[in-house]
Design a protein. Structure first.
Length: 381
């Protein structure tokens, strides 16, 4: 009997010790991640109160997503976001250069989403949507005050579904129904300017294959007689830094540092281009929607005095983001560093100031920025 009581007492002590150890570990983890030993308890208590007392229906998955979104949102950094299933897919589509939608590039406008560009052979181009149009409503919902990424998300959707846009042009609204389809973004396009030795290359975004696409187009134009180049980075939101480095390798000196930054451990990281000894005169076009990787390239051209920057001041996104997977459908896009151009400039919140300022209004029928680029290059021997 005494042995049985001793065994029971030992079991109780063991269970009690295990529980106490678990509480201490939980409190320690809670303090490590929240600076409050009761942080996790408060989280679970809040969820319990909501689920127990809220008068309406509750979507527990939505509550969890809201909590996770809130953790990242509280950083106060607009470039750090929690990516759930839909937003992660949209982000991945942009980086891979393929998505389901109507084929437009969007910019910000006071009363909605500004059409900054239209992809050839897309539903938008076939419906005669044009650069400078403003999307004021999507499926009857006004876009005024809506975030640009939310406008983009609402326009996109599964292949073969429809979306109805209200488009404003010259003060007149028009309602258009479009059928979404798979859009394969050609991130690089180029041509020779007729009657000159000037090549024109536009880069829409720096996604997975941009470096390869650019190099192929660059060499093709060289074979056609290109001696000078206009690089159009207007409305380019940025993208992958390694692709920006591959693009720059075609026109910067060998072993040029394209971008550098300090990581969270204090280690200096740098992307260097293979470069070339065959430099050519060039002009880079930028505008208020040129951001991130496009600002890196423009800033380096300016720093290395390789060409002239024409347009208006760029967006000013000088931070580097990493994407960290949580599971198969969710991830966190987190700012991990501020980058510097080749001469050590940090441009976050500052942007790239063009060497020659030329404004362009959405309804201008002449591309004055491109005209200025041509004027500059034609004046060079």
């Amino acid at each position: 009997m005494k042995k049985i009581r001793k065994d029971i007492l030992d079991a109780v002590l063991w269970i009690g010790t295990a529980i106490l150890t678990a509480i201490i570990l939980l409190a320690g983890l809670s303090y490590q991640y929240t600076s409050d030993p009761l942080g996790f308890v408060k989280l679970f208590r809040t969820l319990h109160i909501v689920e127990t007392h809220y008068a309406g229906s509750i979507d527990k998955q939505a509550l969890l997503n809201g909590a996770l979104e809130g953790i990242v949102a509280k950083l106060g950094d607009k470039h750090s976001v929690y990516l759930d299933g839909d937003t992660l897919k949209s982000f991945t589509d942009q980086m891979t250069g393929s998505y389901a939608g109507i084929g437009i590039y969007l910019g910000s406008a006071a009363d909605g989403g500004l059409v900054a560009g239209v992809i050839d052979d897309s539903p938008a181009s076939e419906a005669d949507i044009r650069r400078g149009d403003v999307i004021t409503a999507i499926d009857g919902t006004a876009t005024a005050g809506m975030k640009l990424e939310d406008i983009s998300q609402k326009i996109r959707g599964p292949v073969d579904t429809t979306v109805t846009l209200t488009v404003r042009r010259d003060g007149t609204d028009k309602t258009i129904e479009l059928q979404r389809r798979r859009i394969h973004i050609k991130t690089v396009a180029g041509q020779m300017i007729e009657g000159t030795d000037i090549g024109y290359i536009r880069v829409a975004v720096f996604s997975e294959n941009t470096g390869e696409e650019f190099t192929k187009q660059f060499k093709a134009l060289q074979e056609q007689g290109m001696k000078k180049m206009i690089l159009d980075l207007r409305d380019n939101p940025g993208g992958l830094v390694d692709q920006a480095t591959l693009v720059a390798s075609n026109f910067v000196p060998p072993e040029s540092t394209i971008v550098s930054y300090m990581d969270s451990n204090g280690k200096e990281e740098a992307f260097r281009a293979d470069g070339t000894t065959q430099l050519i005169p060039m002009v880079v076009l930028i505008n208020e929607n040129s951001a991130s990787a496009s600002e890196i390239v423009a800033g380096d051209v300016q720093d290395m005095k390789l060409g002239t920057i024409v347009g208006v001041k760029s967006y000013g996104k000088g931070t580097v983001q990493g994407v960290y997977t949580i599971d198969g459908e969710n991830a966190v896009k987190l700012t991990v560093a501020q980058y510097k151009t080749t001469k050590g400039r940090q441009i976050d919140g500052i942007g790239i100031e063009p060497d020659t300022v030329v404004s362009l209004r959405p309804n201008d029928t002449i591309d004055y920025q491109l005209e200025k680029a041509l004027e500059i290059l034609k004046a060079q021997a």
